[in-house]
Design a protein around this ligand. Structure first.
Ligand code: SF4
Ligand code: SF4
Length: 56
């Protein structure tokens, strides 16, 4: 199961820069994770300042 970003996201972009597989991109109202590209490394979880990313 891929990691997901909640509506707490403030679109700061930090996670997208940290993701090693370029799975995170800016969506319409917040950043989103492409489940096909996410390898569940967990790097983004620690990078997010508002703890908006979790494993589901
Ligand atoms: S868990 Fe890893 S691969 Fe998946 S979105 Fe986060 S940083 Fe990218
Ligand atoms: S680091 Fe957190 S707040 Fe920033 S864009 Fe990623 S999910 Fe959103």
């Amino acid at each position: 199961m891929a990691h997901v970003i909640s509506t707490e996201c403030t679109s700061c972009g930090t996670c997208a820069e940290a993701c090693p597989s370029e799975a995170i991109s800016e969506g319409k109202s917040q950043f989103v994770i492409d489940a096909e590209l996410c390898v569940d490394c967990g790097v983004c979880v620690d990078e997010c300042p508002v703890e908006a990313i979790s494993e589901e």
